[in-house]
Design a binder for this molecule. Structure first.
Ligand code: ADP
Ligand code: MG
Length: 577
């Protein structure tokens, strides 16, 4: 057998499952060029369904499981290139996804008679998009807001479409596109086939399905735990205020880290990224407040490996297709376990192993347990690395780099005599020491006397006092005037340790004051003691009211609290209107 025949046979063999699903040879050739060999689980079940049936479909599968081709390949095959009508409308949440899907579709249809695909999204000139649509477009890929504008302007006609796809439906809802979606779905011809793809299935999605889909077939392919075998889940327990320091240590102990740091809000994203940049890390922020040019630039730098850490919101990270992340870092845990899975599924892809890290504080432990139960994964607690570990890691890394550096003799030859002369006085040991110090002093300096950041019972106990003071100071800032004047603050010698909660504390105070309708202000419950406020006009009554009183057999001690000790420095007086 000739070599050519053999490779052809081999390609045929490889594409067998795609072929059996019913895809045309032209499409098989195109996707084979894209490196596809066999269908992913969601493709396996979706493609043959969509080629053979008009029934609506819900596809649930995590990011990165090939959903675009799952709906894209059969749509490309079923579009009629001879007609000028728009036959498919794909809705997705972001401009980046629109462009990605459009690019993918163009590749799939490379060997077919011309099928035109247009991307329409907000933040770009609507005129240009209108001109493109006027030429007649077979497939439109767009964000809901812009699509709706174009429908209203009657530039986009959707009464002849055969396919309406909601891609990343959950994310579109998160971004507030619910009403736009409702309008588009009700405007589109009822003759269409509706396809909904999502990584998660919240109630709102189920409602959309119920409203706008006809007896949809539900296909869920490895939605849970995709790639989970390859992902290890670690958590670090720290005080909330030490989150950022912990993040720094985690990246310092992994010198070659390449990961996404997930934050909750745009502000937090920007804040963390700014700090990292100021501290000399190779990081940047990706969130919705950036202009599109800025976003493109950040994504490009990250894709090409010029950035090591991308700090991002869930939504902004959606458009990003990167397969070789070493770490996913949850700077904050998401409330929804599915979102956690979704985030962590971004590492451990393509057969590589990945690490998903969560930085949490004590109160978030229950969230962790919930994610474990719902998602059937196990978290392993890790200690935040100390200064010594980090210095060691960085040192090994540096030495490794030196050993592996490529030496280009001819290029450096001419400089060598000078270098030999200059370094001639240093012996081998000295030379090594100097050289290491040059690169390494920054870390040594920073991590000398670095405190232990791990939050455990021990450190917590020791810092309880400081914490309570801080907490108290914080609260007293927001002190409000009473109806009749000011509040006065009192100390009382019982706290949460005595099995009392806020409502019972308020009840106790009211009882002692004989319920004389004296206004009670804030109650700050501490572990061993507490503070409460009452109308200043009744200061003396309060102390008297508690004299001789007991709580569970313990004599109560109430004193006017020492304001000076706790109150913040006087602030500028603000004018009352
Ligand atoms: P999703 O929409 O589920 O997040 P994508 O459709 O963006 O995933 O696909 C993720 C990546 O996997 C893309 O780079 C895509 O080209 C690639 N891919 C998709 N299907 C296959 C396949 N059958 N074989 C190899 N690579 C694939
Ligand atoms: Mg997708």
């Amino acid at each position: 057998m000739r070599e050519k025949d053999r490779t052809e046979l081999k390609t045929k063999e490889m594409m067998k499952e795609f072929r059996e699903a019913g895809l045309r040879e032209e499409i098989l050739d195109a996707i084979s060029e894209m490196g596809f060999e066999k269908p992913t689980p969601i493709q396996d079940r979706t493609i043959s369904h969509l080629l053979a049936s008009d029934r609506d479909l819900i596809g649930l599968a995590q990011t990165g499981t090939g959903k675009t081709a799952a709906f894209g390949l059969p749509i490309i095959q079923r579009v009629d290139p001879r007609s000028r009508d728009t036959q498919a409308l794909i809705l997705c949440p972001t401009r980046e996804l629109c462009m990605q899907i459009t690019k993918d579709f163009n590749q799939y249809s490379k060997y077919l008679p011309k099928i035109s695909v247009a991307a329409v999204y907000g933040g770009a000139s609507i005129e240009t998009q209108i001109r493109a649509l006027k030429k007649g477009v077979h497939i439109v890929v767009g964000t809901p807001g812009r699509v709706l504008d174009l429908i209203y302007k009657q530039c986009l006609i959707i009464d002849k479409i055969s396919f309406l796809v909601l891609d990343e439906a959950d994310e579109m809802l998160n971004m507030g596109f619910k009403e736009d979606l409702d309008s588009i779905l009700s405007a589109a011809t009822p003759e269409r086939q509706t396809l909904l793809f999502s990584a998660t299935m919240p109630r709102e999605i189920a409602q959309i399905a119920k409203h706008y889909m006809k007896e949809p077939e539900e296909i869920s392919a490895g939605q849970k735990n995709v790639g989970a075998e390859n992902v290890e889940h670690y958590y670090y327990l720290v005080h909330a205020r030490d989150r950022y320091l912990a993040l720094k240590r985690i990246s310092d102990v992994n010198p070659d880290i390449y990961g996404i740091v997930f934050c909750r809000t745009r502000e937090e994203t920007q804040d963390v990224a700014d700090k990292l940049i100021a501290d000399g890390y190779n990081a940047d922020a990706l969130h919705g407040n950036l202009s599109q040019a800025q976003r493109d630039q950040v994504m490009n730098r990250f894709r090409t490996g010029h950035l090591q850490l991308l700090v991002a919101t869930d939504v902004a990270a959606r458009g990003l297709d990167v397969n070789n992340l070493s770490h996913v870092i949850n700077y904050n845990l998401p409330d929804d376990p599915d979102i956690y899975l979704h985030r962590s599924g971004r590492t451990g892809r393509a057969g590589r192993s990945g690490i998903s890290v969560s930085i949490i504080h004590m109160k978030e432990k229950s969230k962790l347990r919930m994610i474990e139960q719902r998602s059937k994964i196990r978290f392993e607690q890790k200690k935040v690395p100390g200064g010594i570990n980090i210095c060691e890691m960085q040192l090994f890394n540096l030495v490794d780099k030196v050993v592996n550096a490529e030496v280009n003799k001819t290029q450096i030859e001419r400089f060598l005599p000078y270098i030999y002369e200059k370094l001639g006085d240093l012996d081998r040991d000295n030379l090594i020491q100097h050289f290491i110090s040059l690169e390494f002093n920054r870390f040594l300096e920073y991590y000398r006397d670095a405190p232990d950041l791990n939050q455990n019972i021990e450190t917590r106990k020791r810092s309880d006092k400081g914490w309570e003071k801080e907490n108290f100071r914080d609260k007293s800032k927001g002190q409000k005037p009473t109806r009749n004047g000011k509040f006065s603050r009192f100390f009382i010698n019982i706290g949460s340790r005595d099995n009392i909660d806020k409502p019972s504390m308020i009840k106790l105070i009211a009882q002692q004051l004989r319920n004389r309708n004296i206004e009670i202000g804030k109650v700050d419950l501490m572990r061993n003691f507490s503070f409460f406020e009452i109308d200043s006009n009744f200061e003396n009554e309060a102390v008297k009211a508690f004299s001789g009183a007991e709580f569970n057999g313990r004599p109560l001690n109430v004193e006017l609290s020492n304001r000076e000790a706790f109150e913040p420095p006087p602030r500028k007086k603000f004018k009352r209107k």
